[in-house]
Design a protein around this ligand. Structure first.
Ligand code: IMP
Length: 227
C-alpha cells in the first residue's frame, strides 16, 4: 500500500534511455545465430540493434519506474499508439499486472510514415476518449523520431481533461536536429539515426513480426516493404 504517496507524481526526474551505439551488434555468424527471422527476410536486414531479451528487461525497468512515480490508489490510463507500439504495450501491460499496478488501456491510431520518410502530415484516428478525464495518462509510443506524431497527439489527449500526461517510448532517435520539443519522461533506448524495424516497427507493413529490433539493410529498403 502506498498510503503516503501524493496524488501527483513523486518522481519528477526523467528515466534516461539506454544508449545503443551506431553499429549495433557486430555481424559475426555465431553472434547472429541466436537472432531468428522468417527466411523470406534473408539479406533484407543489416545488424541487430536491440535483442528481444534486452527489450523485455527494459520493460521491467520501465514498469518499476511507473510503480514509483504514480499512486496505486487509482488506475493509470495507458494509451497505445497503433500500430507500432503494440508489442511494447502488451509487454508493459503484462509486467504492470505482475506488479499489481491498476490500469485502464486505450488505443489511438496515428500514421505519419510513408516508406522510410516522415510525411510530416500526421493522421490520428479516434480522438474522444472519456476514460482519460481526471486521470494520470501515459501515452505509449514505439519510437520518437522527429516528434511530429506526439506534437499532434498531445493536444488531443489534453483536450480529454486528464490530471497528468506523460510519454513513454521504447525508442528515441538521436537526431542531429533533435526530436522537436518532445522529451518523454520514460524512454527505453536511444538509437542511432537509422531506419529500424522489428518488435512492431515496420517498413510499409513489413518486419513488424521480428522478435528483435534491427537496422534495415539496403536490400530491404530497395524492396519497399509489403506495399
Ligand atoms: P515522428 O512523428 O517523426 O516522431 O515519428 C514517429 C512515428 O514514425 C513512429 O511512431 C513510427 O511509426 C514511425 N517511425 C519513425 N522512425 C521509424 C523507424 O526508424 N522505423 C520504423 N518506423 C519509424
Amino acid at each position: 500500500m502506498n498510503c503516503c504517496k501524493p496524488d501527483t507524481h513523486i518522481i519528477e526526474e526523467k528515466m534516461e534511455p539506454v544508449h545503443i551505439p551506431e553499429e549495433g551488434r557486430e555481424r559475426t555468424s555465431e553472434k547472429m545465430e541466436q537472432f531468428i527471422y522468417p527466411s523470406i527476410y534473408e539479406s533484407h536486414l543489416s545488424n541487430v540493434l536491440i535483442s528481444n531479451a534486452e527489450i523485455k528487461s527494459r520493460v521491467k525497468d520501465i514498469s518499476k519506474a511507473f510503480q514509483e512515480s504514480y499512486p496505486l490508489t487509482e488506475p493509470l490510463v495507458l494509451v497505445c499508439t497503433l500500430k507500432g507500439a503494440n508489442p511494447f504495450f502488451a509487454a508493459l501491460l503484462e509486467e504492470l499486472s505482475a506488479l499489481s499496478i491498476p490500469y485502464i488501456f486505450e488505443f489511438l491510431r496515428a500514421k505519419s510514415y510513408i516508406g522510410t520518410e516522415s510525411s510530416g502530415d500526421v493522421k490520428v484516428m479516434s480522438a474522444d476518449i472519456p476514460s482519460l478525464k481526471g486521470r494520470n495518462v501515459i501515452i505509449v509510443e514505439d519510437i520518437v523520431d522527429t516528434g511530429g506524431t506526439l506534437q499532434k497527439l498531445l493536444p488531443i489527449i489534453h483536450s480529454c481533461g486528464p490530471k497528468s500526461v506523460e510519454v513513454c517510448t521504447l525508442l528515441t532517435k538521436r537526431l542531429i536536429e533533435g526530436n522537436g520539443s518532445i522529451s518523454p519522461k520514460f524512454t527505453g533506448f536511444s538509437v542511432p539515426d537509422a531506419f529500424v524495424v522489428g518488435y512492431g516497427l515496420d517498413y510499409n507493413e513489413m518486419y513488424r513480426d521480428l522478435r528483435d529490433i534491427w537496422i534495415l539493410g539496403e536490400k530491404g529498403i530497395a524492396l519497399g516493404g509489403w506495399k
